[in-house]
Design a protein around this ligand. Structure first.
Ligand code: G3P
Length: 225
């Protein structure tokens, strides 16, 4: 299973990648609009930090077929690495996915809210589909059912398209898509930090230190001499 960071903050990426190697980064126009520097600078800085095994997904801003294809090609050319071009699901988007596949450019169909959108994206030749877990729930859908249906349908019909689940607000949602068998998830830096945090763990660690130092003359390490 792969875990990516959904964001363009290089400091957050470095911090997280240091203690728990990440499998890549995803961005979208809204993320870049909130980041420091131009969109291009942010994408290039993140790309520089990634090794060959870490995937990068960058979204086009265009919404019309011809512009999407041209923009996707420009993004691919600007990055001296493999990149997955994120394309929102729409008639123009799926047409662009088909065309880019013919040019050997991998795509991630994003903004997926329904099982059928995922299936149509897979049929168009997307390398990944990105269902929006929390946004599905906010829109009165049931992300658990949608994700199970997508995973199961891809298996049943042998689609090679992978599921990169996105838009999470809590760890329960992450565990739920893992149970459904998704290959990859992309999480905000805050949620990534939260994955290993538990208040009771902090309390236990504090108690270990306190118990030890009060018994062994204020020493908080062993084998110093
Ligand atoms: O990658 C898609 C993601 O950025 C959407 O997440 O948190 O804005 O719903 P969110």
């Amino acid at each position: 299973m792969k875990i990516l960071m959904d964001g363009s903050d290089v400091d957050a990426f470095r911090y997280l990648n240091d203690y728990s190697p990440l499998d890549g980064v995803t961005t979208n126009p809204s993320i870049l609009a909130k980041g420091k520097g131009t969109a291009e600078e942010q994408v290039l800085q993140i790309a520089d930090l990634l090794d060959k095994q870490q995937n990068l997904h960058v979204q086009v801003v265009s919404v019309k077929y011809e512009q999407m294809v041209e923009e996707a090609k420009r993004i691919s050319k600007a990055l001296s690495r493999n990149v997955f071009i994120k394309i929102p699901v729409s008639p123009d988007g799926l047409k662009a996915v088909r065309s880019l596949r013919g040019d050997g450019i991998n795509t991630t169909v994003t903004g997926v809210y329904t099982t059928m959108q995922a299936v149509m994206a897979a049929k168009a030749g997307a390398a990944y589909v990105a269902p929006y877990i929390n946004r599905i729930d906010l829109a009165h859908g049931n992300s658990e059912i949608v994700i199970k249906q997508i995973v199961q349908t891809f298996r049943t019909y042998g689609f090679s398209t992978k599921v990169l689940a996105a838009s999470f607000k809590n760890t329960r949602q992450v565990i739920s898509v893992m149970e459904a068998g998704v290959e990859e998830v992309t999480l905000s830096a805050d949620l990534l930090k939260n994955l290993i945090h538990h208040k009771e763990t902090d309390t236990s660690i504090e108690a270990f230190t306190e118990d030890f130092t009060s018994r062994f003359e204020n020493s908080n390490e062993m084998f110093l001499k």
